[in-house]
Design a protein around this ligand. Structure first.
Ligand SMILES: Nc1ncnc2c1ncn2[C@@H]1O[C@H](COP(=O)(O)OP(=O)(O)OP(=O)(O)O)[C@@H](O)[C@H]1O
Length: 591
């Protein structure tokens, strides 16, 4: 039927509602509406309006079973339903709105048999007449809507009213036939929609699974390829191999031991293990074992009870407790003494500990990441480090390569540090290609930290916006670490050397995993121009010496006379700073 015919008949029906009825057109229109709708229930108000216009059926309504309480248990009514649609639109009204009489509707739900009430007031009572009806002389036809054709399970009831004042009694049989047909179309539409929805759900599930599989593959590929980790700079094969290991191990709870020279990024990688793990939203707690005395370390890690020692003014939670459900990073684990090793072993074995001075046993769930630049195997062999603790913490050893073994990363790192300096200081300094090339030739015994310091220093001291290679400390003979490197490598130091014997740096070969330290590499700083390292005049030497001593003392002061900390400030290894202190006769203050 065209739209104009529809409008005409609607108008006609409005003028002579009961005289002309168009049952076939009604069914046809209903079919068109329902089969074309993406949601047949939402389209039901239009169908009810067609019933009104074409058949003179008034106040039609659709009741649908309310999923929430089919059983009727818990005092809930049997077959609870809602009014899902009326001629006024889609709703979700409770039965109490009385668009359809509650008792009659429930009966259709229960029996699955159509109900025709020829005189509603007589048969169902006055209260069954819907509110707002112009009078109470109505007949009601209600038909079931089944889950699927022939199913005993009724999911809805379609009902409509016939005005008996207009001689409607004779149309009741026809009303039932038409409503039954419309209900059948609705059943088919719902079924079809359900199939489509199920298909859609299945397709979506397949798509989800495919996406999941693709992500897993991507993650695995990413793991295998050593994809970059946020904050970790470097594209060299050596750094990629490490990032691949980190990504893999981060997913587990296995203890990780990060090994590498000072400044290779052990702390940075420890944070990456945490950030890539499921514990990422939990605390990451760091303790530097070298920075604290054994007694302090114990109270710091395990906490203490009030009054457990002089100065314990209040109860304090230890870092193990603070790191509960998260990650605890124990830096410089090779520095801990035998007593503390035993206590640490207990917590690693049993997950239990007591606060210092406390009797209560506490349990924590902590993922342990440790780091050292020590040769732990040698320490175990000497009996300085417990073998059982070694095996507990060294489940997955990851060796961070020294910067000199990945010189290709130097330019990117240098540029990143310079960008950071520029951003912090509102400047736009640039390194000339010659300066970059000179940096790339450097051995950086203090690794990335030394490069970072080197860039900050030269950027702060250079006057123009271009940083030339002549401004680099190594080219001016003022690079402390260059001198230490030369001393340790047995070269004659221009500032008078302490080292006459070649003393090995605590180098760990990234490829070798747990091999003992190897002898140092050739003297640092690649091939500096001869002028830079030509023996200077005596006056210059004395001046440089005094300078160097002053810088050492300054760093020690700032580090509270903790050598490991001062070493970090200067971009040196703890052993290097030990030499420097001895060389300059600086007595280490003890607190
Ligand atoms: N691959 C890297 N990318 C970016 N920055 C790095 C990288 N490696 C190290 N760094 C930076 O170098 C500095 C030293 O790193 P970190 O403190 O992690 O070294 P470390 O091995 O723990 O040193 P130490 O043994 O002396 O404690 C930090 O500022 C760190 O951010």
């Amino acid at each position: 039927m065209s739209m104009s015919t529809l409008e005409h008949r609607t108008a006609f029906a409005a003028v002579r509602p009961q005289m002309d009825r168009f049952p076939l057109d009604t069914v046809c229109e209903a079919a068109k509406i329902l089969t074309g709708a993406s949601d047949p229930i939402a389209a039901m108000p239009s169908v009810l309006n067609v019933l009104s216009s074409f058949m003179g059926l008034r106040m039609g309504a659709l009741a649908l079973l309310d999923d929430k309480g089919r059983s009727g248990g818990d005092g809930k009514p049997v077959n609870p339903f809602i009014i899902a649609a009326t001629t006024h639109g889609s709703t979700c009204a409770p039965p109490e709105t009385r668009a359809l009489p509650i008792r009659a509707t429930r009966q259709v739900f229960r029996t699955g048999v159509a109900l025709v009430s020829r005189n509603v007031v007589e048969e169902l009572g006055e209260a069954a007449i819907p509110p707002g009806a112009p009078h109470n002389r109505f007949a009601l036809t209600s038909v079931p809507i089944r889950e699927q054709v022939h199913s005993p399970y009724v999911i809805g009831v379609l009902g409509a009213w016939r005005d008996l004042d207009e001689g409607g009694m004779r149309f009741l049989e026809e009303d039932q036939r038409v409503l039954t047909m419309v209900a059948a179309i609705l059943e088919q539409s719902i079924k079809f929609r359900r199939l489509v929805a199920r298909d859609r759900e299945r397709l979506m599930e397949e798509a989800r699974q495919a996406l999941h599989a693709a992500n897993e593959t991507a993650a695995d590929n990413c793991t295998l390829r050593g994809e970059p980790i946020k904050g970790i700079i470097g594209d060299s094969p050596a750094i990629k191999a490490v990032t691949a290991q980190i990504r893999k191990v981060a997913r587990t709870n296995t203890p990780v031991l990060l090994r590498g020279e000072s400044g290779t990024g052990k702390e940075l990688f420890a944070k990456a293990v945490h950030a890539l793990s499921d514990r990422r939203d939990k605390p990451f707690v760091k303790v530097n074992c070298a920075a604290l005395s054994q007694t302090l370390l114990e109270s710091e890690l395990f906490g203490h009870e009030k009054g457990s020692f002089t100065g314990a003014l209040a109860q304090k939670k230890g870092r193990f407790e603070l790191a509960d459900t998260g990650t605890l990073f124990l830096d410089e684990i090779g520095e801990i003494g035998p007593e503390f090793q035993a206590k640490l072993l207990r917590i690693l074995q049993e997950g239990e500990f007591e606060r210092v001075g406390g009797a209560k046993t506490l349990k924590v769930d902590v993922r342990l990441v440790t780091a050292t630049n020590r040769d732990l195997e040698a320490a175990v062999a000497r009996g300085d480090f417990r073998a059982d603790l070694y095996f507990r913490i060294c489940v997955v050893p990851i060796v961070l390569p020294p910067l000199r073994e990945r010189a290709e990363d130097v330019p990117t790192l240098a540029q990143t540090f310079l960008d950071r300096f520029n951003a912090q200081n509102g400047m736009e300094k640039r390194l000339t290609p010659q300066a970059m090339a000179q940096l790339a030739r450097c051995q950086f015994p203090g690794n990335v930290r030394e490069l970072e310091n080197c860039i900050s220093r030269v950027a702060a001291l250079s006057s123009g916006s271009e940083i030339d290679e002549r401004e680099l400390a190594c080219m001016q003979g003022t690079c402390l670490s260059a001198e230490l490197w030369r001393m340790q490598s047995g070269d004659r130091s221009p500032i008078g050397g302490l080292a006459t014997v070649r003393t090995p740096l605590p180098v760990i070969d990234s490829g070798a995993g747990q091999r003992p330290p190897v002898p140092p590499l050739p003297p640092g700083f690649g091939e500096p121009p001869p002028a830079a390292f030509a023996p200077p005049a005596a006056a210059e030497t004395a001046e440089a010496d005094a300078d160097e001593r002053a810088r050492l003392i300054d760093a020690m002061e700032r580090a509270g006379w903790v050598q490991a900390k001062a070493a970090r400030l200067l971009g040196l290894t703890p052993r290097q700073i030990g030499y420097a202190l001895k060389k300059h006769g600086v007595e280490v203050r003890k607190f």
